[in-house]
Write a protein that binds this ligand. Structure first.
Ligand SMILES: [Zn+2]
Length: 166
């Protein structure tokens, strides 16, 4: 790749050292839930769509507490996290007809964590042959359903599943 000499970017590069956490920001901005693709808010965790999804309907369950280690969650927080994950799985099966689902956390930089300081559980719906359209083209993953569509489908469903299970 060709490098472009762009000295004006230095201001941007030097200035842009955000020590703010994007997951804490979204947690603290309930009025922006639509814009932030937040789908559900629990007592100890919330759910949002991944804006750089591996597949349509890729959601994340995020503990409210800013923690970099799974072992830091207390029993109540850990329990609700998994309960909310179950609701997400059910919603992805019902709304998107997910044939398989991957759940996982990337804890620490060597494990591939994108946001190292605030743990989050990835839930990725899978379909037979979906790797065919998950090909990386010019660093842009091709995802057939828009984030807006996914959010509109999943938000009411997760709410309903949550209400029915309580
Ligand atoms: Zn955070």
């Amino acid at each position: 790749m060709e490098h472009i000499w762009a000295p004006w970017r230095l201001d941007y590069v030097v200035a842009e050292k955000p020590d703010n956490c994007i997951l804490c920001e979204k947690r603290d901005a309930p009025d922006d839930d639509i814009a932030n693709y937040v789908l559900y808010r629990g007592s100890h965790s919330y759910v949002l769509l991944n804006t750089f999804p591996y597949n349509s309907g890729h959601v994340m369950v995020v503990p409210h507490r800013h923690l970099d280690d799974l072992t830091g969650l207390n029993a109540e927080e850990a329990g609700e996290l998994m309960l909310i994950a179950q609701w997400c799985v059910q919603a992805l099966q019902e709304a998107l007809g997910a044939e398989g689902i991957n759940l996982g956390m990337n804890i620490g930089q060597p494990a591939g964590a994108g946001i190292e300081d605030h743990i989050h559980l990835h839930i990725v719906p899978r379909w037979s042959g979906d790797t065919n359209y998950m090909t990386t083209v010019a660093n842009t993953r091709v995802v057939p359903q828009s984030l807006e569509e996914s959010a509109e489908q999943l938000r009411p469903l997760i709410q309903r599943i949550a209400e029915n299970s309580q």
